[in-house]
Design a binder for this molecule. Structure first.
Ligand SMILES: [Zn+2]
Ligand SMILES: [Zn+2]
Length: 302
């Protein structure tokens, strides 16, 4: 299961009860932080997560509403006595910015602070282990920006324990079943794989896309994902402004969701100029049905 918690979903400046972009994603024991707008650590406190569980932070781009909370969080980790490594993935330049702040404050971290700087204009795998793969989603914004695609991975079939009770299998035989093979017992009986195992848990995919203009090259990369978060800073009434600032309207975000045939769309990164958020849903629903609005501290499960 993938669990997404929106920490902030508003653009530009933080305000009372409106937080800039950050998300917490829990996948198979990992706790990933995506973007880190100002005030993210206060929002994190409200979720009650243990800070030390966050070992990877993904920064989409270097506009303040996506990373001005990072230096504060890095500093808090140090004050909390963190010892485990922290890896930050973000655009080239992020290492220089952060280390300059630490240098002049004479506040080097007492835990390993690692940077994985990004500069590729095509999608690349930036993290992979036996349960999850993370790829970049290059976007079209005023500065170099990536979204991120999180995919669970599994190759092993599930053992149907009930059916195997009568047999006294050895560990290597369980392994063979998990790998999709049928096995032959000492007495010659064949245990067919499809009878004694169950399909692996369905693979889940979450795509995070903020900030970006309407960008069709994104579509094949996010085809049929379970959940898409796509920015919709503006409504169509301000489409000229969206074009100028390289942001999307609700209609454009929904058009991407529709063309990519995603299963569910969350709209976010709202401009503060619209008091009534219901219009975002009305506008998006014209081209894509399964759409919901992000809200600070709202949780979604896949
Ligand atoms: Zn932004
Ligand atoms: Zn931006």
């Amino acid at each position: 299961m993938i669990q997404l918690t929106i920490l902030g979903c508003h653009s530009a400046t933080p305000r009372e009860n409106k937080h800039t972009t950050s998300q917490l994603l829990e996948v198979k024991g990992h706790l990933f932080l995506i973007d880190c707008g100002e005030g993210t650590q206060i929002q994190l406190r409200k979720t009650k997560v243990k800070f030390s569980r966050i070992q990877h932070i993904f920064i989409s781009h270097l506009h303040g509403d996506h990373f001005y909370g990072l230096i504060g969080l890095i500093s808090t980790f140090r004050l909390l006595g963190r010892t485990s490594p922290l890896t930050i993935y973000g655009p080239i330049g992020i290492k220089e910015i952060i280390t300059l702040q630490l240098k002049h404050a004479k506040s080097w971290t007492n835990y390993p602070l690692l940077f994985h700087e990004l500069s590729s204009k095509t999608s690349e795998v930036i993290f992979e282990d036996k349960s999850i793969r993370i790829e970049t989603l290059p976007l079209d914004h005023r500065i170099y920006t990536n979204g991120f695609l999180f995919s669970t991975v599994t190759t092993k079939r599930k053992i149907n324990a009930n059916k195997l009770t009568p047999f006294n299998l050895k560990p290597f035989q369980f392994q063979q079943l998990q790998e999709g093979e049928s096995i032959i017992l000492d007495d010659g009986k064949v245990l067919e794989n499809e009878v004694y195992t169950i399909d692996p848990e369905g693979l889940k995919r979450y795509a995070y896309c903020s900030d970006t203009a309407y960008f069709e090259p994104l579509i094949p990369l996010i085809k049929e994902v379970d959940l898409l978060y796509h920015e919709s800073t503006f409504l169509e009434i301000n489409s000229e402004l969206a074009k100028k600032t390289k942001h999307s309207t609700a209609l454009q975000a929904a058009t991407i969701a529709n063309k990519a045939m995603v299963k569910k769309l969350i709209l976010g990164h709202f401009s503060n100029r619209y008091p009534d958020k219901k219009i975002f849903i009305e506008e998006a629903s014209k081209v894509y049905e399964n759409v919901i609005l992000a809200e600070d501290l709202k949780t979604f499960s896949i």
